[in-house]
Design a protein around this ligand. Structure first.
Ligand SMILES: [Zn+2]
Length: 343
């Protein structure tokens, strides 16, 4: 079982992703995670076993795909906040892949029937997440930072992930079209690698974080590199916003639809002073799932404030929806046969 093998991926099967890594990691470590300049990536250095255990939680919960704990990992960040050399920083990103691999191996030992073969995807968070000025939520740097700076900042992490075996990247929580296009273009240098791209969005149900129209940016990114982009969509947004963003995205693209991915947060609100608040006011993420699947989403999971238990719930809701689809198909075929017989 090769946890990097992407040969058998197709766009019709529904794939279950993992949930919020930093959220689930909180079940394994005592230290503060939110607010740290390296976020969960610090624990690659300080508590590797907790990283492995967190991946395992998601695998046991039913995830088909787990993402490396590298969203906020960067060479410059590790140099600055962990006092590592450039080489050791690069190596730590590679270790993140290895920890996910160890978790997959352990999972296969536990479930020896081999019916599930999880895939490890390399997480690539936005440039703004390294700036610590809130711009990962606004994408404001997209219009002010030279393209080469963003491109070269992304390059070493992507290369380290690939060198460690990764064949699929999660280009995620991207707040502006400029950075998305840079990434979609950059991966052309690694032709054997595939990627999905997921955007962070505004509250208006139309635009990504910097105000660019989501559907236009999504369609453009897909059309720029359909050979390597396996899906385009949304992550870390409130579930209630998803439908209006995705609806009709493929209405004029019946022969060339954009494959869709969604992994929202729980809908809670993050505040610097209080952390995550308003959990009790959130409609369960799971209740939205049938609608998203009806819209054509084939990659589905969770982001911040979703735990391994939520992944189990997502998976069972997906299975319920699939069962209903099969029943519908049988009914339709049944009535078709009856009609033919009636002629
Ligand atoms: Zn998130």
């Amino acid at each position: 079982m090769d946890p990097f093998d992407i040969e058998n991926l197709n766009n019709t099967t529904i794939k279950i992703l993992d949930g919020g890594f930093a959220t689930q990691l909180g079940c394994h470590v005592q230290d503060h995670i939110d607010g740290d300049p390296l976020w969960s990536a610090r624990f690659l250095h300080t508590q590797p076993q907790a990283i492995i255990d967190t991946h395992l939680d998601f695998l046991r919960a039913g995830a088909d795909i787990i993402m490396t704990n590298t969203y906020q990992a960067s060479i410059s960040g590790f140099e600055k906040y962990l006092n590592l050399s450039k080489e050791d920083s690069y190596d730590l990103i590679k270790k993140a892949v290895n920890y996910a691999k160890i978790a997959c191996n352990k999972f296969h030992e536990e479930f020896s029937d081999n019916s599930r073969s999880p895939l490890i995807v390399g997480s690539v968070g936005p440039y703004g997440a390294s700036l610590h000025d809130g711009s990962e939520y606004t994408g404001s740097y997209g219009g002010t930072t030279p393209i080469e700076v963003i491109r070269e900042w992304h390059r070493p992490r992507i290369e380290a992930l690939i060198e460690a075996g990764i064949k699929m990247l999660a280009l995620e929580t991207v707040p502006c079209g400029t950075e998305a296009e840079i990434l979609v273009d950059l991966i052309k240098e690694y032709p054997n690698v595939k990627a999905w791209i997921a955007f962070s969005c505004n509250q208006d149900g139309k635009s990504i974080a910097n105000g660019d129209n989501f559907q236009k940016v999504a369609q453009k990114c897909y059309d720029l590199n359909p050979r390597q982009i396996v899906a385009v969509g949304l992550n870390c947004l409130a579930p209630k916003l998803v439908e209006s963003l995705l609806k009709d995205i493929n209405v004029n693209r019946s022969t060339n639809p954009v494959p869709l991915i969604v992994y929202p947060n729980s809908g809670e609100t993050y505040t610097v002073d209080l952390g995550w608040i308003n959990r009790d006011q959130c409609e369960s993420l799971v209740s939205y799932i049938p609608k998203w699947l009806d819209l054509g989403v084939t990659w589905i999971g969770g982001c911040c404030r979703t735990y391994a238990a939520d992944i189990t719930r997502i998976k069972s809701e997906v299975m319920k929806w699939q069962h209903m689809q099969q029943k519908k198909l049988v009914t339709e075929n049944g009535s078709y046969v009856n009609n033919i017989n009636g002629i």
